[in-house]
Design a protein around this ligand. Sequence first.
Ligand code: GP9
Ligand code: MN
Length: 690
Amino acid sequence: MGVGLKKIRNTLNNRIVFFVLLVVVFWLKTYITYQTKFNLGISDGMQQFLLFLNPIPVGLLLFGIALYFRGRKSYWLMMIVSLIQSIWLFANVLYYREFSDFLSLGIIKSSGSVSNNLGLSIMEIIHPTDFLIFLDFIIITLLLLFKVIKVDTRKVKLRTASLLSVVAILLFSVNLSLAEKNRPQLLTRTFDNNYIVKYLGINFYAGYNAYQTYKESSTRANASSSDLKSVLSFIKTNKTTPNISYYGKAKGKNVFIFHLESFQQFLINYKVDGKEVTPNINKFYGDSSTLSFDNFFNQVGQGKTSDAETMLENSLFGLPSGSVMTSYGTSNTFHAMPAILDQQGYSTAAMHGDVGSFWNRDNTYKSWGYQYFFNDNYFKEKTNYSVGYGLKDKIFLKQSVQYLEQLPQPFYAKVITVTNHYPYELDKMNQTIAKTNTGDQTVDGYVQTAHYLDQAFGEFISYLKKAGLYDNSMIVAYGDHYGISNNHKKAISQLLGKKSVTSYDLAMFQKVPFMIHMPGLKGGVNHTYGGEIDVMPTLLDLLGIKNDDTIQLGNDLLAANRNQTVAFRDGDFVSPTLSKVGSKVYDNTGKELSNLTSVQKKEVTEQQNRTDKVLSLSDKIVTGDLLRFYTPANFKKVNKADYSYKYSDGMKRLKEAQEDNKKSLIQQHGGKSTTDLFSTDAPELKSENK
Ligand code: GP9
Ligand code: MN
């Protein structure tokens, strides 16, 4: 061994030097990961500096704990800290790659109900370089095991250890105050986990998130009916006057909520090699009896589909982290659309070809008052019937008909598709359109599964026509959230035929279709700005159901005097005039406004305040379970014990329903099933479809 190496080795045998080595490696590793694996939107020198600085205080503090201990124990502790920190970093890199967000305890806590989703995708998203995160841990552990580095058993003076802790805390305070200066209210306005990581670091974020989760449980305990005051006073100001040309027009009709999984607005009339990707949905979109919206945005956060469902049926937002359905769906009180309609004489059912536990639907739907939940227990499975997270849409829809036809009318039926879901894989026999060729593998299959979903939608609509449901139903179809995440900027610009995309373009890329079809409805494309939070008030007004005392954070898209600021879950907003994305403000042509006039400044502030207000009120309602303190007139509190989605129970109740009345579709058809009216070209069913 060279003299130099020996010297290094000898130095490393000193515990303080070893400690410094670990802190420095930790620091560099975290910083390199920030720069190469995350997209933190650094926009100035101070943010750059803080990103560089923020691993140091936490590193000093965490590894410093070990200095209070002696000998081997101390080394063990340092290596455990290093390992835990590496696992946390690694898990976040994977999670971030698909969700553009950091892991939270809310998500981990609910992983029981969402795990098959993440599990399936995990091999898809791993990059070989991700494993480098463990390299330092492995090397240093080996050096210790093979005694290349020797354990220094000498005691570190308590004074030294505590001095280091104090330095760490001081450094952290400097970090925090610089961060607060650059981004006021960083920790009070916790709309975006990205900000916390950018300013204070991924490890601080972990601790902060754990603290928040603990707070959650005590929040509910401490909430009281007086907390509703601010909610009710906002609801008053948010109230709109229903549009008389639409109010009550759908009274008594069946309602379909057709969930187009991961379906973005840009797909409407989109072509690949001259071929329409979604001809059936395009036709539906342009139908003279369809009211379509072309400035309708998804507003989901980490809860994705579950956030969309929460907004659509409760007019409440998802959470800053985690999912309302998984964290609060079982325990909270809700005044959801299914319960409201149930109490107006509707039958209510949700259908989905995935396991009932996903997103905690099997519990949440009870709280929302769904009489039936036809989940995978109700559907016939064969090996090639499923892809990704559940039954392929064509097979799922065909099988749904046997339950649909038994529901007493009018009914409210939510139909949740899933084939057009990341990672957009489809077997060869179902691929009937070419992929796009951006070269981004995650993106290019998207049009293929969207095309498949479109065909399934087409088959479903033609069944509705044949069965006579098309004419007496209001069919609502919507896309739940983006299919292509912002991490695929290059591919997105190629898809949109642009050189590159700005943050504004990406915000506009969050548009999803929202369409309401009903014979006799004045159709056309409506340009109002709105989003998922506005669906419930819109539909209740169309159905002519009084909802002026219901707690809703959105407003009727058809009302004239509505506010058109669309709040995103991260605190950004878009509107017909100004939009704020990240730290930038844009006009409605997408031009960035760097020097705002005082009038513009005032408008931005107003819209920001409103955005912050609706998000924080929503969080207050959900986390405090405030709806338990308030019941709208004509609404009966839902009793979860009244519901069961067990196959045998569901079938029994359907049977009873047939005896009680003559209102189901099957009864209208003289007791004859309508399932034969559903024709599909699903190749899996070829042998069964004579
Ligand atoms: C699965 C499904 C997918 O049941 O609804 O949810 P998502 O991953 O889109 O949130
Ligand atoms: Mn979804």
